[in-house]
Design a protein around this ligand. Sequence first.
Ligand code: SAM
Ligand code: DTB
Ligand code: SF4
Length: 336
Amino acid sequence: MSELTSPVAQPIELFRPVPRQKAGGAAQRWPVDAVAALFELPFNDLIFRAQQVHREHFDANEVQLSTLLSIKTGGCEEDCGYCPQSVHYDTGVEATKLLDPATVAAAARAAREQGASRFCMGAAWRAPKDRDIEKVAELVRVVKAEGLEACCTLGMLTDTQAHALKEAGLDYYNHNLDTAPEAYGRFISTRTYDDRLQTLQSVREAGINVCCGGIVGMGELRRERAGLVAQIANLDPYPQSVPINQLVQVEGTPLHGTEALDPFEFVRTIAVARITMPKARVRLSAGRQQMGEAVQALCFLAGANSIFYGDKLLTTGNPDWAADQRLLGALGIAAR
Ligand code: SAM
Ligand code: DTB
Ligand code: SF4
């Protein structure tokens, strides 16, 4: 067993980010080996470290609430193997047109009344057209007028489109790397990892806060989970918001039937995200309905401090408002 994976308590310096030269000469904060070493820690040591980091930067008894709305569902030309909205798979999801501003305003108001602070609009696009951006810009204005932070996830963006959304008042843009670079080709063939990095750069340069995370439970190796977290943590700067999704298995998608992930491994992923990205909002995202309240509580202990709030994600279920209010109440966690 190497020194880094020994169960004996290690000096905390071993797990601090190590400055290292990337090909381009810039410092890489978290080499994959250092992230993988965190995953290897005894569970209690890992959670303890994550709590320490969490408490240095956040109120440990506060969670941010984001409500999701699918503003344009299904019919997507990409082949993401986890996604029920792809045209490549027969999942029973019906394609819809873009929602109108009045419908979005009503949903945003309801979310605010239930206590959400952010409203996230998702569209099943590979990349929006410029005329789609004009319409979404109006939806962003509508959400902002309701007094909520606005977030969008619309697929790949050009620089000009990112600027137009910023101009409309968009606070966050969600675009996930989803998995490690070496695993990516097993799940998606219609868009590259570099395409995703390019969109993240356009969003950052437009001055929009970046929301970038991934999915675990797709049959990936622990080393690949470490590779995903390292990629996100090494973005410069790392994202303000990091959604960690557990795969929601949907019949008809290629990943349906994948062996379920050990829940402790999911909690470890949250803890490693917290340690490597101390100031980010780490969001316990898709998969909460399947994981039960005890595992969710462990995720909060591991440093998750944001959730999707409302009974639907995009096409699949999520705990309802009442269930989450009860859970947060039982844990003494305040909403933000
Ligand atoms: N179409 C846009 C895109 O992919 O960039 C935006 C919407 S897409 C549904 C947003 C994210 O949802 C994906 O990147 C993926 O992380 C997540 N997602 C999709 N299907 C999922 C599933 N079955 N389980 C967990 N997360 C999923
Ligand atoms: C993210 O990281 N997770 C959300 C949001 N960003 C857009 C989406 C989860 C989708 C789960 C499957 C569905 O409901 O279709
Ligand atoms: Fe399309 Fe996004 Fe689903 Fe991929 S994840 S198929 S891009 S909606």
